[in-house]
Design a protein around this ligand. Structure first.
Ligand SMILES: Cc1cc2nc3c(=O)[nH]c(=O)nc-3n(C[C@H](O)[C@H](O)[C@H](O)COP(=O)(O)O)c2cc1C
Length: 412
């Protein structure tokens, strides 16, 4: 038992201690994910697991982004300003690495966040040990670098005024403005007010930051999947609603297209995965014509991503794994619904649901063979960034036939 009732965080008049404290919190969240890896196979996505996933999501979606911004926008520029000679030479080597690592960690987080969101909502009990390990290793190595080189250099070089300026900038980022005694006559804002203001400021800053950006080819990743991962994470950080909702198109035997919204459940260098009913309209259409297209619209960031390629079913094992991780009601609903088929009325559907529920009172419902995942293997991916006067930026990646990607800019 500790003496303190609450864990106290250092104040912003000691900005380097605040940054170190953030590292401790990052380690704690990574430990929580490691504990989830042991917990989930035994207990599933129960209430405890959901709360743990929510806590990790809340931390990395919000505070970790601010921590990176503290370093990128305040600490590093100030270090560059004051460092000379050997210190300056070292920074010119180290800072680009640190920035690249931030991008890598943000991309690795986007993959984990998808899984944690499903756990938080009780939809799935799947958490990839490899993804957690890779994420933990990236951060561990990165934090050692910062604590060994950056923090001691800042401690050695910053004057008291510079340290105070760094702390003030970090405090401002969180919306915690200092007030003079004269101004402090009003009642202090409630904790909820502060949190709401912080969240609004942070969100506005993130959104303005990204929408202000032009899309310069030299800054885009040569690999469109990594680039997608960066944009996906930024959309999540900007709290885009239903960030993984996408329009999915199929084409019938006569060449007539149709589209609907589905949820993306994973992506990697193989492609983009989602789950549905293989006998549905889209499923039947893909039997005839495996070409498909996906598109995402992230309004808050004025961004669109379009993906085209061919569809194939994922392995039955992967479909089983995902199906079994879903809540019971969703599994029963997959069994009860002949998706896309006509039905007389809702009563008929409900009667069917009751029948299925009664059938599986005593046993786990099995995945129906006609329900499972699809993988869209991309052939073309386009990133679209809205710009002023409809003079938008568009960059298209296309497979080059040798396993690589060719890239070109398109007119708006
Ligand atoms: C936000 C949102 C998410 C959806 N996610 C899925 C999904 O992941 N899988 C699915 O089969 N249907 C999903 N649907 C329903 C589909 O849009 C569609 O109605 C259903 O798949 C039948 O499509 P089809 O008749 O064209 O085959 C979603 C709908 C919305 C609005």
């Amino acid at each position: 038992m500790t003496d303190a009732l609450f864990e106290t965080a250092p104040d912003f008049d000691q900005p380097l201690a605040v940054l170190k404290h953030c590292h401790e919190k990052i380690k704690k969240q990574i430990k929580t994910m490691q504990r989830l890896l042991e917990h989930l196979p035994r207990h599933g996505a129960n209430l405890e697991a959901q709360q743990a996933a929510k806590a990790v999501l809340a931390y990395f979606n919000k505070s970790a982004g601010m921590h990176h911004a503290d370093e990128e926008e305040d600490l590093m520029p100030l270090l560059r300003q004051v460092a000379q000679g050997e210190d300056a030479a070292m920074l010119s080597q180290l800072l680009p690495k640190i920035l690249r690592e931030h991008k890598k960690m943000e991309a690795a987080w986007s993959v984990l966040a998808l899984q944690l969101e499903d756990i938080a909502s009780g939809e799935s009990a799947q958490l990839s040990a490899n993804d957690v390990q890779a994420f933990g290793e990236l951060y561990a190595e990165h934090m050692v670098k910062e604590e060994t080189w950056l923090a001691p250099m800042a401690m050695r070089l910053f004057s008291a005024e510079q340290m105070a300026a760094l702390g003030a900038a970090m405090r401002m980022r969180r919306g915690l403005h200092q007030v003079s005694q004269d101004e402090a006559i009003e009642l202090p804002p409630s904790r909820q007010d502060i949190e709401e203001t912080q969240a609004r400021l942070q969100l506005a800053a993130i959104r303005t930051d990204y929408t202000r950006q032009s899309m310069d080819e030299s800054e885009l990743d040569a690999d469109p999947i990594r680039q997608f991962s960066v944009w996906f994470e930024q959309a999540r950080a900007a709290r885009v609603a239903e960030v993984n909702a996408m329009t999915v198109c199929s084409v019938d035997a006569q060449g007539r297209p149709s589209s609907r919204i589905l949820l993306l459940k994973g992506f990697d260098h193989q492609g983009f995965t989602f789950f549905t009913n293989y006998h549905s309209r889209k499923g039947r259409e893909w039997e005839h014509n495996p070409h498909a297209a996906l598109s995402f619209f992230w309004h808050e960031l004025e961004r669109q991503v379009r993906i085209e390629g061919t569809i194939e079913k994922v392995s039955p094992e992967l479909s089983d794994q995902y199906f079994n991780s879903r809540p019971l009601a969703s599994r029963l609903s997959a069994l009860a619904s002949n998706q896309s088929e006509p039905v007389t009325d809702r009563g008929q559907m409900e009667a069917r649901m009751q029948e299925i529920s009664a059938q599986y009172m005593e046993q786990e419902p099995p995945r129906p063979a006609h329900w499972g995942g699809y993988l869209l293997r991309p052939r073309r991916i386009e990133f679209w960034q809205g710009r002023a006067s409809r003079f938008h930026d568009r960059v298209e990646y296309e497979l080059d036939g040798n396993g690589g990607w060719r890239r070109q800019r398109l007119q708006p």
